[in-house]
Design a protein around this ligand. Structure first.
Ligand SMILES: [Zn+2]
Length: 240
């Protein structure tokens, strides 16, 4: 964290910091689920990569949307790749425009800086509402994934630009919620990989529903108050 602050200060000082927001009610996370053990690089060149695979694969990965409390709110199947355009569509579908109150204030995703680069570069009017959302990355990403000369991630996604989400050097929310859900979800891969599409989707939807029911009871037992957000609140975007 201190290295990040020093790195940020080295580059442009504090002047261009992203304006912090005080709304931390919603924290979501996207997580990639691409753990195909049969994926092994065979030939690699700077311009092209050929990969061999021991076994077939019908999809690229499943993508989960997970609240920081651990509840899974959405599931998508990605084909071909985990492109940021697909991630963006997943966000739009999960938090539809006719329910503006559903849009979280922050979305946590391990490739957030590339997602944000895409949003800025394409400047699609349909994405304008995502300008209200913060896209942080973790400390490891911010300090190891880019060169010092890459300022975009440091000034838009680095943890030091989200002081409202930090308590010292730690996040104030469970940053492992999606990873924990993903570890659980990945155990179904051997069961579902040869299922038909209908059975595959039905099975995974049911497993997620059962897990959410169990998770709600677990949250209640821990003293929390999980609840559904009233529809009228979802229809209105509340700015805190
Ligand atoms: Zn980055």
């Amino acid at each position: 964290m201190f290295a990040l602050r020093a790195r940020q200060a080295r580059q442009l000082g504090q002047a261009n910091l992203r304006a912090p927001t005080s709304d931390i009610d919603y924290l979501d996370e996207l997580h990639a689920d691409d753990g195909d053990p049969g994926l092994q690089p065979v030939v690699s060149t700077p311009s092209n990569k050929i990969r061999g695979r021991l076994g077939r694969r019908w999809t690229h990965n499943k993508q989960l949307m997970v609240r920081c409390c651990g509840i899974i709110t959405s599931l998508a199947t990605f084909f071909g790749s985990e492109a940021v355009t697909s991630v963006k569509e997943f966000i739009h579908v999960t938090f539809p425009v006719h329910y503006p109150g559903s849009l979280p204030s922050f979305i946590w995703y391990d490739n957030n800086c590339q997602l944000l680069r895409h949003l800025v570069a394409y400047d699609d009017p349909r994405d304008a509402r995502l300008a209200e959302v913060g896209f942080p990355v973790d400390v490891f990403h911010a300090s190891r994934k880019h060169k010092d000369s890459d300022e975009f991630c440091v000034f838009n996604c680095s943890p030091v630009t989200f002081p409202e989400l930090m308590d010292g050097i730690n996040w104030v929310f469970n940053s492992s919620a999606a990873e924990q859900a993903n570890n659980w979800f990945g155990r179904f891969q051997p069961i579902v990989k040869e299922m038909s599409v209908l059975r595959y989707n039905f099975f995974l939807d049911e497993m997620i529903s059962l897990r959410n029911e169990w998770w709600v009871e677990r949250l209640r037992a821990d003293g929390f108050q999980p609840h559904f957000i009233p529809l009228e609140d979802l229809e209105t975007r509340i700015h805190l």
